[in-house]
Design a protein around this ligand. Structure first.
Ligand SMILES: [Zn+2]
Length: 242
């Protein structure tokens, strides 16, 4: 080994976390120990709705007022991405995570005929384009690096179709009301968390997928973090018991 000193922070730990980026939950996180977190997009959706309505009311889309509104909308989005990437890196520091595994969407985008391609267009008034995900990943990489955390990008291919509990991919496996239901092992997991866990396992394979068993329902109840406009930070949503 060489003794060259490099100026990098020491990694907070050895653990891994998988991150699945998407439309309904902007980010779903699956930690190695089985707990999971969701970051829904509702805040951005409300913002988009509000600004779209105001921009539509402008007489001319090139007017000074419309331009100002567009700039404000984009500044708020940038703020959201900065805050979220910072928050995720802090969560990784707290959880002893040394490697963040992020799904890379580019090969899915390039292969539009693939049945797996995400339908970016049909999500109401939210015009969140794929570049937003690239931009977010770059921010996450930059902030993670400062805390000694590595960001690995892996292909998202098949990560939404396979069961993260038993590793099986079957036609009968389905998504119902945002839940991934496995016909093979009976696991029911949040679909985005299932994707995040499959992404994580691309870097850090789980013994469970090699025939071991993992109790049914793990990862089924992720904690949800919402963006609080008052404080400008992400806070856990109160658990609603029904
Ligand atoms: Zn399964």
């Amino acid at each position: 080994m060489c003794n060259v000193e490099v100026e990098v922070s020491e990694a907070p730990g050895e653990k891994t976390v998988g991150v699945d980026l998407g439309i309904s939950n902007f980010a779903a996180l699956a930690y190695e120990d089985g707990h999971a977190e969701l970051y829904p997009l509702n805040c951005l959706k409300q913002d988009d709705y509000y600004f779209s309505k105001r921009i539509a009311r402008c007489d001319d889309s090139d007017s000074e007022q419309a331009t100002r509104l567009n700039q404000k909308k984009s500044a708020r989005r940038t703020h959201y991405f900065h805050t979220l990437s910072k928050h995720i890196v802090q969560r990784c520091v707290d959880e002893g995570v040394g490697t963040i595994v992020v799904g890379n969407l580019s090969d899915i985008r390039e292969d539009e005929e693939n049945s797996e391609s995400k339908d970016w267009g049909k999500h109401g008034n939210l015009d969140l384009h794929s570049w937003a995900f690239d931009r977010f990943t770059n921010l996450l990489e930059y902030k993670a690096e400062m805390d000694g955390i590595t960001v690995d990008q892996v292909s998202e291919r098949d990560t939404s179709k396979s069961c993260s509990c038993c590793g099986r991919e079957r036609k009968a496996n389905r998504v119902e009301h945002g839940l991934y239901v496995c016909d093979e092992c009976g696991a029911v997991t949040n679909a985005d968390v299932n994707g995040a866990e499959n992404i994580r396992q691309k870097v850090s394979p789980s013994l469970a997928t090699d025939g071991g068993d993992r109790s049914n329902g793990w990862l089924a109840q992720p904690s949800t973090f919402l963006f609080d406009k008052e404080t400008g930070a992400f806070a856990p949503q109160e658990q609603i018991t029904s």
